[in-house]
Design a protein around this ligand. Sequence first.
Ligand code: AVJ
Length: 322
Amino acid sequence: MLVHAIPSNVGYEFAAEVRAGLAREGQKELPSKYLYDDVGSALFEVISHLPEYGLTRADERLLRRHADEIVDRVPGPVAVAELGSGSGRKTRWLLEAFCRRQRTSYYPVEISHSALVMCERELSDIDAISIVGFEREYLEGLLEVAAYRKPGQHLCVLFLGSTIGNFDRPAGVNFLAEVRCILQPGDSLLLGTDLEKSSSQLLRAYDDELGVTAAFNLNLLARVNRELDADFELSEFEHQARINPDARSVEMHLRSKRRQIVTIPSAEVVVEFQEGETIWTESSHKYSSEEIFETARQAGFRCEVQWIDEEWTFAENLLVGA
Ligand code: AVJ
């Protein structure tokens, strides 16, 4: 077992993106990747245990159930790169299967330092694994992983948990195409996608009774306060989950309860909110099982197999670089 982490060079962009997102005309927005600081990552971990939010458990069930089949379809020796590893819990099933076959390198790419540390700790007991974590943006990290690649080694990218859903559809295809550019023909991409479900089920999942998702969303303002010395009054904003039927997504917003002015010194911006005005913080797009084949094709992959969880409609898709 080898564990070492390559530390971050992100951070300075936060102020610039907060400024750009809040100073703009029309719909204010903040990039959803900033939801995942230490507090946010811990809150998401709690969300994944809520009865209303079955996504993460469906993902894990599929990986556990089909780990051997997945591994059989990925030629070895293999380097496994995971984009957004989170806690690493659901990845264990796959890595154990890979490592039963042969020694395997695992490269988690994750912008959250605490999630990366957690994931390395969680998985380091697996026999015949070597782990090198990259505290990086996805594509930047993947480029570095590709540079580490040894001759004859197959690259298998994991993009699980329906993180792809945070992109709108065209941006999702673009992102997958960028991943494809870093890969070689025959390399694999295991893509987890949440599937369409009823509005009521989605609203319950993204606005849970306990208020954990609300706290997860509001933490973004708390983070701006902590890191950029802002004076957001958290009790003056409320969490909102919305269905966007045209985009086939569920959106999270933070709604200003009254007219108010917020100062963010380290982003050099003062922001005015009208009563009822929102900051759009996340979109979670839901896919049909059929469209994933076309999405894969547009990005330069072929979707070879799809496994679907029936309890919480979710698909694990094995894409191969064309
Ligand atoms: C981790 C991006 C898949 O979109 O469902 C959970 C994040 N947001 N509850 C999702 C999330 C609100 C989650 N992803």
